[in-house]
Design a protein around this ligand. Structure first.
Ligand SMILES: Cc1cc2nc3c(=O)[nH]c(=O)nc-3n(C[C@H](O)[C@H](O)[C@H](O)COP(=O)(O)OP(=O)(O)OC[C@H]3O[C@@H](n4cnc5c(N)ncnc54)[C@H](O)[C@@H]3O)c2cc1C
Length: 409
């Protein structure tokens, strides 16, 4: 039997979620150990190099809209200076009338200041994005490589212990500690606090302590299209990120004079096959035509020339799972980031760190985060007898329990 290593705080998983949380804990002066089953950070879904971030403004619960606004503000503050491509256009749906005043009112009701989102006419959109479609402009939206960012967040430093190529299989309570072990018995780690940020594998890991979370895979494919320099598509290509049903990023010129254009993403529920698929490229060709409102474009001129395939982890209610597990004191969860890895990692970093270190939630409170929103993210929303106030469970007497906001009820 090998002697366990002891660490106060351990993060399982070195994707964008685990890396963001570890970085935040370290930046508040604490040591952390990150355990990753692969050879280094960002080999799973976070190997994605073309992820975009903007607040969510349509379809979805009031809580989701509030949460993406708060998460976007956090992501912008954290990574805004690293955005590749700044600004994104979300065109209004075909057939809907564009009413700038009504949209401006709706955006302000969502708490979205003009620095974050404002309505644009087709003419303004054409100037800003090169696509003449009225809609909403997010001047500070952007794109980030999750792979590069995860690696940068986990740069070696004195307070970071990184253990790679170790797959934690079980968590076990041992006195006041948690014991983490792998089936090969290569390692055994004793920890006071454990943050499970292992994407889909969080389900299996947590089942070792009888916590069952409804996590499922959703396969997604991003297509890298090559477009001949003489194709009619060339004059249509956007100069900014376009989002809506799918998304695309500005095209870049290849050495041969053709253009490379990245468009995504497909959604295959309950599938976890990493192989690129012809049908997913076809789906993305159709999404490309939809984003540009170019139904007459010859989609076969978007020639597939590479793909990114990733397996998203989603929860039954499509919200992320972020928070403490009051039923298992010392265990915290950050998973089910779905298609919003940037936003939810930025939020998870602040929320989990405040919970782990018994912080004061001051920044989150200032941004409008409430107990009701915390409860909407908490893992125990899926557990019998759950839905305890997620912040309250970890707030000491000196840490206020946030009042639920009337809008969040
Ligand atoms: C096609 C596609 C397009 C997307 N587009 C966007 C976008 O535009 N914007 C956006 O924000 N997000 C986007 N996403 C979502 C984003 O990629 C994910 O939400 C994010 O990468 C999830 O990060 P994670 O850290 O939770 O999981 P992962 O990146 O999967 O990290 C989990 C880590 O845990 C490790 N691990 C697992 N089990 C164990 C174990 N037992 N022991 C130790 N380590 C373990 C894994 O090896 C992995 O490194 C997209 C995803 C896809 C698939």
């Amino acid at each position: 039997m090998i002697a366990p290593q002891h660490h106060d705080i351990v993060v399982i998983g070195a994707g964008i979620a685990g890396a963001s949380i570890a970085y935040e804990i370290i930046s508040r002066g604490h040591a952390v150990c990150v355990v990753e089953s692969e050879c280094g950070p960002a080999t799973g879904c976070s190997s994605h190099a073309y992820a975009i971030a903007h607040p969510h403004i349509t379809r979805g619960s009031a809580k989701l809209l509030q949460l993406t606004r708060i998460a976007f503000e956090l992501a912008l503050a954290r990574w805004g200076d690293q955005w590749v491509h700044r600004g994104a256009l979300q065109p209004i749906k075909n057939g809907l009338d564009f009413d700038a005043d009504a949209i401006a009112l709706q955006l302000s009701e969502l708490g979205l200041r003009p620095e974050i989102a404002f309505p644009v006419s087709a003419e303004q959109a054409s100037q800003l994005a090169g696509v003449a479609r009225a809609g909403v402009w997010f001047p500070n939206a952007g794109m980030l490589s999750l792979e590069k960012t995860s690696k940068e967040l986990l740069q070696p430093c004195a307070q970071l212990t990184q253990i790679n190529q170790v797959r934690i299989d079980t968590l076990m309570r041992e006195g006041n500690h948690w014991l983490l072990s792998d089936t090969t018995n290569k390692i055994s780690i004793r920890a006071n606090k454990v943050i499970v940020a292992a994407g889909l594998s969080s389900k299996k890991l947590l089942s070792s302590i009888q916590i069952k979370l409804p996590l499922k895979p959703v396969r997604g494919q991003l297509s890298f299209f090559q477009i001949d320099s003489k194709s009619d598509w060339i004059t249509r290509l956007p100069r900014a990120i376009i989002c809506g049903d799918g998304y695309c990023i500005p095209a870049s010129r290849l050495e041969n004079g053709n253009m490379r254009w990245i468009v995504g993403s497909s959604f295959d529920e309950n599938e976890s096959d990493h192989h690129p698929r012809f049908e997913s490229d076809r789906f993305n060709q159709a999404q490309a035509a939809g984003l540009l409102n170019y139904a007459e474009g010859n989609q076969s001129e978007l020639t597939p020339d590479g793909q990114f395939v990733g397996i998203r982890c989603v929860a039954g209610d499509r919200l992320p799972i972020i928070g403490a597990l009051p039923q298992r004191p010392g265990i915290f969860v950050a998973t089910a980031l779905g298609s919003r890895g940037i936003l939810w990692s930025a939020l998870a970093a602040k929320l989990i760190t405040d919970q782990v270190l018994a912080g004061d939630f001051a920044l989150l409170t200032r941004l409008g985060f409430t107990s009701a929103l915390a409860a909407a993210l908490a893992p125990d929303r899926f557990l019998a007898g759950g839905a305890a106030p997620a912040l309250g469970a970890f707030a000491s007497n000196s840490n206020p329990i946030l009042p639920p906001s009337p809008r969040a009820r």
